[in-house]
Design a protein around this ligand. Structure first.
Ligand code: TRP
Length: 462
């Protein structure tokens, strides 16, 4: 696209950026602990169904709506619908902002772990669980790293779509995959690795309940970067000749494959060290240092440092996409220039992330902020639940409703067919249309209500 908004240089550029957005802490940090806390293989299975059956059509719809309108989510809904529908887009813009307030904190931990492993003495700790608890509670380091992370994200987004977002993703993604494969091979040779694989791959269906299902759906949306218009925004930079179906297939496959691989790494490790798979958000930060420690002081520092550095890179291509959504909103709707929008947003997101940062043991008020789902929740838990677990399925529900009743699937098909003429009349088209018109709005709506009721009102519908 030759206008002032910028655009991806070609299809590979878009795929790299969209896959970069999808692959992040969601795959390597969140997916393993969600799987561990929700029964293992049964969760994996439901997650895969959510990603391919529901996530994939929604992804195509987001990209198509973005490309058709060439606008941010708010503008896209407004131009194809009206001001009232645009509120759904605005909700997406706000969600991008809010998700970043906690995402950036966790990315800061990953960065701190990289430094502590490579240049500090983290690997000589005796108890990694205790180390992690102490680490996140000490907010000074965390604050510095999360500021740094935000600054790097801001610089890349300020450089624009092709020179910043696209280039970063093209280099970082292949390196991450390579290192993951190496570590998996190593992990599989450890004692009791097979118990981990069994937990991860042999389903026990008695483990499935309402919470398993809505957690899997929330995880699929979070991991694929769906439900808040990140892909509407990236879609707006895609050229008309590109094949949306093809791109969406590659991004969905890449994302689920990396999440799957993260599980293949973490569960053998967890079981070989006799840890509990349901340890929660600290799982990766506690399970991984053990294997690096066992590699000996020199190799452990190199491989361990490289792993956490790459985790930072994976997180970076995701923070970029999260920041790009509100930036595109200010650029398109308020006519601000890109640099000014980036600076103001990055600053405000950082300030708003402070309660999350302080909620991991530093300040009691934020740490023990609320009580729901039978346990005490921190401020970070609350923001993640509201804007990710609940907000993303809601955003997906609104998007599919919008297409079903306002934009119409005929327009969706026509937009997809521009870069892929045989789409019209295909079985895939019929499938997508049925999903978007009937199944997705209902399932996602039910998910939204169930999650809300079960989390905050202690009412279990299933
Ligand atoms: N998908 C990313 C991850 O797995 C996080 C992310 C980036 C995201 N952009 C998003 C989540 C947009 C929801 C919406 O880490």
């Amino acid at each position: 696209m030759a206008n002032s908004r910028g655009g991806f240089t070609n299809k590979i550029g878009f795929i790299a950026a969209a896959a970069g957005s999808a692959v992040g802490l969601g795959n390597i940090w969140k997916f393993p602990y969600e799987t561990g806390a929700n029964g293992g293989a049964a969760f994996l299975l439901i997650y895969l169904c959510c990603a391919f059956l529901i996530g994939f059509p929604v992804m195509m719809a987001e990209i198509a709506l973005g490309r058709k309108t060439g606008l941010n989510p708010y503008g896209a809904y407004a131009s194809e619908g009206n001001k009232r529908w645009a509120l759904a887009g605005l909700f997406g813009v706000i969600s991008g902002f809010m998700i970043l307030t906690f995402y950036n904190v966790v990315a800061g931990w990953a960065f701190g772990y990289f430094l502590q492993i490579s240049f500090g003495d983290l690997l000589s700790a005796e108890n990694f669980g205790a180390f992690f608890g102490g680490y996140v509670a000490d907010y000074t380091d965390n604050m510095i790293y999360s500021i740094l992370f935000m600054i790097v994200t801001a610089i890349i987004v300020a450089r624009g779509v092709s020179k910043g977002i696209e280039m970063a993703a093209k280099v970082l993604m292949p390196t991450l995959i390579f290192l993951l494969i190496l570590l998996i091979i190593y992990a599989l040779t450890l004692d009791n690795a097979l118990d981990g694989i069994r937990f991860y791959l042999v389903p026990d269906f008695s483990e499935i309940n309402g919470k398993t299902v809505y957690s899997a759906m929330g995880q699929a949306f979070f991991s694929l970067s769906l439900g808040m218009g990140a892909l509407i925004t990236y879609g707006s930079y895609v050229s008309k000749n590109d094949n949306i179906v093809n791109s969406a297939v590659i991004v969905t496959l890449a994302d689920t494959m990396i999440a799957f691989m993260a599980g293949m790494l973490i569960f053998p490790l967890v079981f070989s060290q006799g840890m509990e798979p349901s340890a929660g958000p600290g799982l990766v930060f506690v399970a991984l240092p053990g294997i690096f420690q066992s590699m000996g002081p020199v190799i452990g520092k190199v491989i361990g440092g490289a792993f956490f550095l790459l985790l930072c890179f994976a997180a970076l291509t995701s923070t970029i996409s999260l920041l790009e959504v509100p930036v595109a909103y200010l650029v398109d709707e308020k006519k601000w220039n890109r640099k000014r929008s980036v600076a103001i947003l990055a600053g405000s997101i950082f300030l708003c992330s402070l309660p999350c940062l302080l909620s991991q043991g530093a300040v009691e008020f934020f740490t023990d902020f609320m009580h729901y789902e039978g346990s005490s929740k921190s401020f970070l838990d609350l923001v993640a639940d509201l804007f990710s677990e609940i907000g993303l399925p809601l955003g997906g529900c609104l998007l599919t409703l919008f297409i079903a009743v306002k934009w119409k699937t005929s327009q969706l098909s026509a937009e997809i067919a521009i870069g892929y003429p045989s789409y019209q009349g295909s079985t895939l088209e019929k499938y997508v249309n049925i999903m978007i018109t009937f199944i997705c709005p209902v399932i996602l709506g039910v998910m939204f209500i169930t999650t809300l009721l079960q989390k905050f009102f202690n009412v279990a519908l299933f």
